[in-house]
Design a protein around this ligand. Structure first.
Ligand SMILES: NC(=O)c1ccc[n+]([C@@H]2O[C@H](COP(=O)([O-])OP(=O)(O)OC[C@H]3O[C@@H](n4cnc5c(N)ncnc54)[C@H](O)[C@@H]3O)[C@@H](O)[C@H]2O)c1
Length: 339
């Protein structure tokens, strides 16, 4: 089996490559990544030298490149995306280019070559749930509420359109918030862990009562692999970590794991477009493919803290560089202006 992974220098794509290399050491993996600010060759250090792995620098929007690569592979797994909500609020164009146009170009070339395609998507396409709403499932209507999730929703629709119109051999997965090692330090849990390592507070947007269901990226990667192997063409599968927990309580749990008290939590203005609750019912993938999340939040956070403590060369240059989180920096500047 030879697969093309897109976006494998990012957070979840790199976890997927690790899982594939360990569970199927005879598979060949091509990793196509445009090395945007979120892509990092250091993230792939532990498998870069594997004889079954090859990195290709390039964009999923480059159709000529896709036309050269895809005829030689059995399947394409698409992780490549612009993923940070705050950045999509500041400038949506790169999201439209990669998440929508790039996905369509992958679809076109896969369709032409009859190549199996798996598209990685998010629970954010379902919008915000009320406190008593049932969890989202495969039948929940889409209701994206920020520019990032709108572009992901568009890409899901394009995959389904190609499936029905052209017989694209595709599956889709929608998953809740991921965490784990190699998480870019502009996402909440990576900022939180690295702040606390530096003796700084964990900053919570708004009242901290927004609910999230955290899943470890390794569990997500295992689920995608099982869909690729045994999923039914045309189907969508949902994944979650079974940790319906508020952001404030997530911060408290992290502090507990690090042996510290709650007074390191601080609350600041909510960002625009912040959804109150995401939650996913993963019953279908459990019933049909036997997948369930394995890593508890406490265990995953402890592993994450240990990794960020031991890999400061990975995150310090990113966190110290300008613009790692545009909205956060603006908020800090606003606060400074008010003082
Ligand atoms: N992070 C989450 O919590 C989460 C949850 C559910 C679904 N997802 C989805 O999983 C996928 C991966 O997310 P992530 O958190 O690993 O993202 P990430 O931002 O960490 O990594 C994205 C990767 O894609 C690459 N990339 C961006 N544009 C590209 C292009 N045009 N061509 C090729 N490569 C490009 C980047 O260089 C980077 O390596 C995304 O599709 C995202 O929507 C993420």
């Amino acid at each position: 089996m030879k697969i093309l992974v897109t976006g494998g220098c990012g957070f979840i794509g790199s976890h997927f490559i690790r899982v594939v290399l360990s569970e199927h050491p005879d598979w060949d993996i091509l990793n196509l990544d445009a090395l945007t600010y979120a892509g990092n060759l250091l993230t792939t250090m532990d498998f870069q030298t594997s004889p079954h792995y090859r990195f290709i620098y390039g964009s999923i929007t480059n159709k000529e490149l896709l036309e050269r690569l895809i005829p030689g592979v059995d399947a394409v797994v698409n992780f490549a995306a612009e993923t940070h909500v705050d950045r999509s609020i500041a400038d949506v164009e790169p999201f439209i280019m990669t998440n929508i146009l790039g996905t369509q170009r992958l679809i076109d070339v896969c369709r032409k070559n009859g190549t199996r395609f798996h598209h990685v998507s998010t629970d954010e396409v379902f919008g915000s749930l009320g406190p008593d709403d049932p969890k989202s499932n495969e039948f929940t209507p889409y209701d994206p509420r920020n520019p990032y999730s709108a572009t992901k929703a568009a890409s899901d629709h394009l995959v389904r359109a190609a499936l029905h119109t052209h017989g694209l051999k595709a599956t889709i997965s929608n998953c809740t918030n991921n965490y784990g090692t190699h998480l870019y330090p502009e996402k909440f849990l990576a900022i939180a862990v690295t702040n606390v390592i530096d003796g700084k507070p964990i900053v919570i947007h708004g009242d901290g009562q927004q609910k999230r269901d955290w899943i470890h990226a390794r569990d997500h990667a295992r689920g995608i692999l099982s869909i690729l192997l045994n999923g039914k063409i045309g189907e969508t599968y949902m994944m979650a970590g079974d940790t319906d927990i508020t952001i404030a309580d997530t911060g408290r749990l992290l502090l507990k794991v690090m042996g510290l008290s709650d007074n390191l939590l601080v609350f600041m203005n909510d960002r625009p477009g912040q959804d109150r609750r995401y939650a996913i019912d993963h019953g279908k993938i459990e019933r049909e493919l036997g997948w369930t999340p394995q890593v508890s939040l406490e265990q995953g956070l402890a592993e994450m803290v240990d990794w960020y403590r031991r890999n400061q060369d990975w995150w310090r240059p990113i966190k110290d560089s300008a613009g790692y989180c545009v909205w956060y920096k603006e908020q800090v500047q606003n606060i400074k202006n008010q003082i």
